[in-house]
Design a protein around this ligand. Structure first.
Ligand code: S3P
Length: 414
């Protein structure tokens, strides 16, 4: 079996959340094309609507009438989405909104104190379930702080900047390694009073003077699943058109390049401050790699795929300093290791990563997805590589980021 063809993908998930949120903050009507149709982004859209923002679709364009936010009269249901919860906690705190945030079982077990603690320092009054959802926030006057983030996380950085835009005085946040920088890029484009100095971002009270008119490029995290299939299946060649190539998002492609992947970028350009372009990936012979601290933020969502690639690469691959993976939609270190062991891979679980010796033949297995979209998609590709029966316990969870994943994979299978 091989995969061949051309694919365009729904809009990047991180950019889609932000485009909706920043459009809601602007005064007037914004337009977004190719918004992600995954349920995470729908959660952000629903929450904004409950806060009084009007959003409607016409064909492939989403229109957002931004401006005044009001207290939601129902709970803000963030579903499975950490980005929705964390960015909206910051934004609504800065806007003095009273709201109660809830989410599904996975989201309700994820740490929110990383956002609530700095927001409390800024003056936010809130109530949580021991740093987790459900969380209620109460209208408070916020003051700027100088925050040092021990965890390089775009969600933490973005939440603080969004609170800071509504706070008195200056708010700054510094991270130890650059995480995805879409919030900074987009807020600056829209006229926020925000400056960046290396790893430090400083924002002060401002309103957004421009509107969004943006065609969201395809999601590079989603493209990695198809690229992995192309690299691992013989006689494969896939072209992914118009995807986001922001340097903070292509850590996966930088690493697979070092592993020996055959890939080329073309049609590169800048759109709304973000680098975009197309990519061609073909079957490749891979060798092992070591991945550590400075690599992690740039490929955090793609590490399950690195594990799969490592099972087929020559040599020992080590992934370290990736403990954050344990706090994603599920404990992804556990999910990767348990499922790959069941498929016959040679993998050792570490507290902050894993060690894999390749290459090994993968065999039939029943896969526990833990209802995590990226685990489901990774093991769907592992199933193609093994060419044996691989059964996912909840394939539908792919709809969190890419509802048409299986249809597209089927279309490209030859
Ligand atoms: C995201 C940031 C990352 C990533 C998540 C989306 C974002 O999380 O894992 O899928 O859009 O800001 P962290 O900020 O927790 O690293």
């Amino acid at each position: 079996m091989s995969i061949k063809g051309i694919i365009t993908l729904p809009g990047d998930k991180s950019l889609s959340h932000r485009a909706l949120i920043f459009a809601a903050m602007s005064n007037g009507e914004s337009q977004i094309l190719n918004l992600s149709n995954g349920s995470d982004v729908i959660s952000t859209r629903d929450c904004l609507e409950h806060c009084g923002i009007e959003i409607f679709d016409n064909g492939h364009t989403t229109f957002i009438r931004g401006g005044e936010f009001t207290d939601p009269i129902v709970d803000l249901n963030c579903g499975n989405s950490g980005t929705t919860t964390r960015l909206l906690l910051g934004l609504l705190a800065g806007k003095g909104i009273n709201a109660r945030f809830v989410g599904d079982q996975s989201l309700s077990s994820r740490p929110m104190d990383r956002i609530l603690n700095p927001l409390a320092q800024m003056g936010l009054r809130s109530k949580s379930n021991d740093g987790k959802l459900p969380i209620s926030i109460f209208k408070s006057d916020l003051n700027g702080i100088s925050h040092n983030s021990l965890i390089p996380s775009a969600q933490i950085k973005s939440a603080i900047l969004l609170a800071g835009i509504g706070a008195d005085g200056e708010t700054s946040t510094t991270e130890s390694i650059l995480s995805r920088n879409h919030t900074e890029i987009m807020l600056k484009k829209l006229g926020a009073s925000l400056s960046t100095n290396n790893l430090k971002n400083t924002i002060s009270k401002s309103s957004l003077s421009s509107l969004i008119n943006f065609n969201v490029p395809g999601d590079p995290s989603t493209s990695s699943f198809f690229s992995t299939a192309a690299m691992l299946l013989p006689n494969s060649s896939i072209t992914i058109e118009n995807i986001l190539l922001n340097p903070t998002r292509i850590g996966f492609y930088k690493i697979i390049n070092k592993m020996g992947a055959k890939l080329v970028y073309f049609n590169e350009k800048i759109s709304f401050g973000e680098k975009i372009g197309s990519l061609k990936v073909v079957s490749s012979n891979l060798k092992n790699i070591n991945i550590s601290k400075t690599d992690i933020p740039g490929l955090i969502d793609e590490l399950p795929l690195i594990a799969l690639l490592a099972t087929q690469a020559n040599g020992i691959t080590e992934v370290r300093d990736a403990k954050e993976l344990r706090y994603k939609e599920c404990d992804r270190i556990k999910a990767i290791c348990k499922n790959l062991i069941n498929m016959g891979a040679n993998i050792k679980e570490l507290e902050d990563g894993f060690v894999i010796k390749g290459p090994t033949l993968l065999k039939a297995a029943k896969i526990k997805t833990y209802n995590d979209h990226r685990i489901a998609m990774t093991f769907a590709i592992a199933g193609l590589v093994s060419n044996e029966d691989v059964e996912l316990d909840n394939p539908d969870c792919v709809s969190i980021s890419f509802p048409k994943f299986f249809q597209e994979l089927e279309r490209l299978r030859k």
